[in-house]
Write a protein that binds this ligand. Structure first.
Ligand SMILES: [Zn+2]
Length: 402
């Protein structure tokens, strides 16, 4: 499957990206064929990757180290899964890469197989270099469904004797050095009411109406957070957001509804802000709604379950990794993004500082006719080229000791 790789860097990136795009790795599918492809490619440079399989055995992360294994190194991290194309109207086959006017189209080109392709395209150069500190590749699965797949790998890294020094997560930021992203906590509330003939409404417990009280409270708190909560003007939405997204309840017009499910989420500024916001709502509902529901029928109540969560990323702007990222990117500025990434988990699970920097724009992600500019991929290759030089001359994040 891997034919001779072209020598020219842009050709190599194109070829690798075309191959990666051709694997349908929508999150509910196995990513093992893609992982096997990468393993075979790495093996052609004498590099052995290690799989970390999920419980089903159908998906895996891949961890590979190039350079000295016994020294802390730098991680290049990306996810291999993509969002579905179902219901989207594409001009061309989403799983066949095509190029038009300097843009490469296909599902995952910007989010984020483009970054993975650039990492792989740079492997010949990485493996030729005399690295003083290693460069690690970390490719995960199930990122798009709640940053799930990277966690077992990060738990292993947290226990490793030689822990990596730092990580670059290559989500699309148009190669902006990104030092923060919001965290997220999503909760499902199932209201258990009591059915009754609607003509006898007072004898039932109306699950939909109690759910409506919760929704109103969520909205009240969202307004409060927007007007009085903490602010960070580096985000395009400068405050923590909170909303109800899904409501399902009731069976017939003439039945007092005995069930209603409500899903809501918070996206918070601080590392654990999202969870504290949703925890407070759960506590409010338990204290204020459940007792009222139980007055009529003691078995009524609300069951809460966590749907997904990931922490925010909050790197100090003066962290040596941020300074290094700016040097490698040739930029003086940094940014924060509202979308979630695995970077916050690198920090919170393994204590590995992380910065998000990758080719392409989030504006093209998850949409039909997703594309990435070839020039962005080449910028990213330049970043990795300078990272190789850094890892050849240094054993840490900063300059070598004088
Ligand atoms: Zn992504």
């Amino acid at each position: 499957m891997i034919e001779i790789m072209p020598n020219h860097r842009a050709e190599r990136i194109r070829k690798l990206l075309a191959d990666l795009i051709a694997f349908d790795t929508v999150s509910d599918r196995s990513n093992l064929p893609l992982i096997a492809y990468i393993e075979k490619y790495l093996a052609s440079f004498g590099i052995t990757g290690r799989r970390i399989l999920d419980d089903s055995g159908q998906k895996a992360s891949l961890w590979a180290t190039i350079g000295p294994e016994d020294r802390p190194g730098m991680v290049l991290s990306g996810h291999t899964d993509v969002v579905p194309v179902a219901g989207q109207s594409w001009t061309s086959d989403p799983f066949a890469l095509i190029e038009r006017d300097g843009r490469l189209y296909g599902r995952g080109t910007t989010d984020m197989k483009g970054f993975v392709a650039v990492c792989l395209a740079m492997v010949p150069e990485i493996s030729r270099a005399k690295l003083a500190m290693p460069i690690h590749l970390a490719f995960s699965y199930d990122e798009e469904v709640g940053c799930i797949g990277v966690r077992p790998l990060l738990r292993e890294l947290s226990r490793a004797t030689t822990k990596p020094l730092a990580c670059f997560v290559g989500e699309p930021t148009q190669m902006q050095v990104t030092i923060g992203h919001k965290g997220k906590h999503a909760v499902r509330a199932r209201f258990r009411g009591l059915a009754a003939h609607s003509s006898l409404a007072p004898s039932g417990v109306n699950a939909v109406e109690y759910a409506a009280e919760l929704i109103s409270e969520i909205r009240r708190r969202a307004t409060q957070l927007a007007t009085q909560g903490p602010r960070d003007e580096m985000y395009d939405v400068a405050h923590t957001t909170l909303l109800t997204s899904i409501v399902q309840g009731g069976t017939a017009l003439n039945i007092v509804p005995d069930h209603c499910a409500v899903e809501f989420e918070a996206r918070g500024l601080g590392i654990d802000e999202s969870k504290s916001v949703t925890d407070a709502i759960v506590a409010w509902a338990t204290a204020n709604l459940e007792p009222a529901m139980r007055k009529t029928e003691p078995n009524c109540g609300i069951d809460f379950e966590e749907i997904l969560e990931y922490p925010a990323l909050e790197m100090p702007p003066d962290h040596s990794l941020v300074t290094l990222a700016k040097q490698l990117a040739g930029r003086n500025s940094h940014a924060k993004v509202s979308f979630g990434t695995e970077a916050g988990l690198f920090v919170s699970i393994s204590g590995i500082p992380a910065v998000v920097i990758g080719p392409g724009s989030i504006a093209q992600a998850h949409k039909p006719d997703e594309f990435v500019e070839l020039s962005e991929l080449l910028n990213c290759a330049g970043f990795i080229e300078r990272l190789i030089a850094h890892c050849t001359n240094n054993r840490g994040l900063g300059d070598p000791p004088h």
